[in-house]
Every structure is written in structure tokens, then in C-alpha cells.
Design a protein around this ligand. Sequence first.
Ligand SMILES: *[C@@H]1O[C@H](CO)[C@@H](O)[C@H](O)[C@H]1NC(C)=O
Length: 341
Amino acid sequence: MEGSHMGLLLFFCSSMLFAAFAAASSRNLPIIPFDEGYAPLFGDSNLVIHRDGKSVHLSLDERTGSGFVSHDLYLHGYFSASIKLPSDYTAGVVVAFYMSNGDMFQNNHDEIDFEFLGNIRGKDWRIQTNVYGNGSTNIGREERYGLWFDPADDFHQYTIVWTDSQIIFYVDNVPIREVTRTESMGGDFPSKPMTLYATIWDASDWATNGGKYRVNYKYAPYVAEFSDLVLHGCAVDPIEQHVAKCDNAPQSSEATTTIPSSGVTPAQRIKMENFRKKHMTYSYCYDKVRYKVPPSECVISSQEAERLRRFDPVTFGSGRRHHGKRHRRSRGSQTEAAASF
Ligand SMILES: *[C@@H]1O[C@H](CO)[C@@H](O)[C@H](O)[C@H]1NC(C)=O
């Protein structure tokens, strides 16, 4: 990973594509068949490919969960899937759509996560996002949100845009979180090539009310459906570690005429702020139990602090001791998640 040659290539690749990734929307981007972009990861027959190879079902039953992984490693890009989550009772179930290089860098891996946490009947799925850079797993940067729709009713698009200066999470083209690289984050901003993963697995110990509600296999199989898979980035040769191929910028007027200094346009920013006001239920930046002083990249809004404090006075309040809050290492996604919600 040290070659200056590689560094130069990566630099050009990511600078050129910055605007394109940031302004892209999936309708401009090629949807690739499963076999072209991915391979099964685990769960044998619990992974089923449908519809001309363009849609994949991942299921969890009492035997196993399942998952798939991209063939290539990518440094930066636009990564997206339409996902329909299992319905009804899904407590303890986690569906994850994430990037990681944990299998190559055991002690200093990078990770960018969407995690969907199941729930008991009548209660909604929750989404969690998180970012780790260079093995910074001691600093969780989780956020959690509700959604403005039931993600088990229909397909919705979930997107990770990753450039050398920003990570943006989108739900149906609404940005829900923006992580801007700051000097003080140092290596905590993901900066090494990663592969893309999708998994479903049993996270009974922490996913729902800190393990209070476990997976109930009476309702199995739990099936998560994935389609419209978009992998659009700079593929990196896993052996040589240089950029083998950067996809061209999408051919759209949007991508060529909109070159915002930030990936989020002013109109999108308003949507993002509205989403966060309405639906964010947890942010590490405001967690007084975990961080006496918020990590340096946090920009604290007093309004946000007040809103979260009303929602959960123990976590976001005076910093009193919070019983029952634990952090666990989860198996399926190499992600730590706060046990309470
Ligand atoms: C990443 O971690 C490795 C090993 O812990 C360390 O040597 C290196 O300096 C770190 N890189 C950055 C950019 O922080």
C-alpha cells in the first residue's frame, strides 16, 4: 500500500471522479448482473439469484444467515442497492449493506456501514450508519434513524458515496448523513480500498432493545431482497494494489453541469436537515455517556442537542450513568453497535 506510484494514480482517479460520484444519481449508472460484480460470501442455498441475475434474495433461517461480496476492491465511488427488508416480526435480525477491508487489514481496517436493525411486530425497522478508518473501532461514529416509510413494504434505494474528502449516505436520493474529512480525524477517515458486502444475520444479542427481543425462528426464513445493484468506482487490483480501472463519469447533464463544492446540493441539504430533525434518534456526537468531549469532527447544534435530550435524557443528558448500555462486537459485519436505542 505504500507505493507513491499508487498514491499518484489514486489521487488522479479520485479527484477526477469526485464531482461525478457526488452528483450522480443511480438512474445514470449501469446496473450490473450479480455474477459480474459479486460472489456469494456465505449461507450457500440461503442466497438465491433471481430475475436475469439482477436480483438477489438473502435469507436467514435457523441454520444460517447469508451474504455476498463484490469481486473487486474499490477506492472511492458510488455504491447502491434497492433493498426490501423482511416484514412482520424481525427482532434480532440485522441486514447490513457495507464496505470493509477487514479481511485484508485486521488491525487497521476501514469500514462504511448501513445496518438495518429489525424490530418486534408493529415497530419499525431502524437504520444505523457508521464509519471507521484505519482500525478506529474504539471510536464508534454511529447514528441511528427511523424512516418515513416502511422499508419492508417495498424496495428503496440505499447509497454510499465515498470520495477522498466526503462520505454521504443516501436513502432514495435524500442525503441522510454527510461525513466530511477533517484534519483532526486523521486516519479515522476511510482511506484504503474496500469491498462491498451485503449480509443478513442473527444479532439477537444486541440488535433490538439491547438483546431483549431475540430472533424468533418461528417466523423464518427472514428474506431480504436486493436489486438494482450499482458498483461505480475505482476498482483496485487486490494483489498489486494499484487502480486497475476507474469507471467513467456518468453521462448526464446533472453530473457535468452540477459540480458542487460539496456533494450535497443546497436543495438536498434542506432535505437532509429536515430528515435529521425528524428521524434521527441517536448520534455519537451527542452521547454524553460515551464521550465526555465529542470527537473533534462533531459540529454541535444546541437545537439538536435539546431535541435528543428530550428524546433520551439518559444518553444525551447530564452524563449520568447509563445502565444497560453495552457495546458488542458483532460477528456478521465487523461492526460495533450501541446496544440501546
Ligand atoms: C494507520 O494505522 C497504522 C497501524 O496502526 C499506522 O502505522 C498508520 O500511521 C496509520 N495511518 C494513518 C493515516 O493514521
